[in-house]
Design a protein. Sequence first.
Length: 382
Amino acid sequence: MKTFIFADKFFLKSAVKGPGYLEISDGKFGDFYSELPDQEANVIDQSGKWIAPGLVDTHIHGFVNHDVMDNDAEGIKAMSEGLLSCGVTSFLPTTLTSSKERLRDVAETVGNVHKDVTGAKIQGIYFEGPFFTEEHKGAQNPSYFGDPDLDTFHEWQEASGGIIKKIALAPERQGVKEFVQQVTSEGVVVSLGHSNATLDEAQVAVEAGASVFVHAYNGMRGLNHREPGMVGALLTLHDVFSELICDGHHVHPQAAEVLMEKAGHDHVALITDCMMAGGMPDGNYMLGEFPVVVKEGTARLESGNLAGSILKLKEAIKNVVDWGLATPEQAVMMATYVPAVSCKIDDVCGSIAKDRDADFIVLNPDMTLEATYLDGVERYHA
């Protein structure tokens, strides 16, 4: 017997449609219909609700007291399960700067476990670093910083089984242009961040193939009228995406609005940069090798600097709508299709498309999460 989801609105790739019926067959999406095509079919009634693609978090370090850098397969599985409560159905486990050996081991662990997770699906790995510079190090350990090295990257990629999808670096490091040209030719996305680069230096990296800016405004040289810097680069260069943390702490809503207006909602990817304290009570935690205090909605190093976030992606889409920065359609797009496209994983996630895995969320009209479905099966209910 066929199954159909009935809802008031469906956030499809081409348009918002509804009310109507979305076919689910053998865990895959089928067609969308305005009228029920089969009166004998099983109908899941989500009257008054909205159906959107499962959220895609392309920059996340940890959740529910587990960190990717713990190098623990069971912890990765727990993250995967926990993320369903955030509306996330696909993610890129994200590393931190560390030793070459530790990063190789983590790449291997994620590579070995990525097909065994039973919650949100691992669509690749994001290497955040270690090719950064100290001026904007954030919660990255500068003792491991260095210039990009292809041999080292290829070691990590081989250890991962070829699933590193994105790597971040600072444009002012030595050898960036050649590194970017090579890894992008291999299908790996290069993002730019934790950097004191000038506009010109950022532009060289973008011309070489870099296409994403790491958590816009944070960990980078700010906008100055004589040297536009990294922020000037992400606001003015064409065909680039910007990650954005919309928790109300990392970026002021008006600064987020400037980025959305200048770059366009279709070039802003909502991310969390969440660390292990996500989904946990306030207290003391670790981010990589650094102790972090979580209280009042933030995660901070002993210096007081922000250290990742405890944001859930479902909160980010609600925030940008509540702040008047985006329509519900734009908010959903920025947390599904845009991050997927920016990391070149939009062939497997980020939109509702026929014959694709039926990973979707049910939203209330106030943008709160009602339920998360994976392969057509409800896995989380608020």
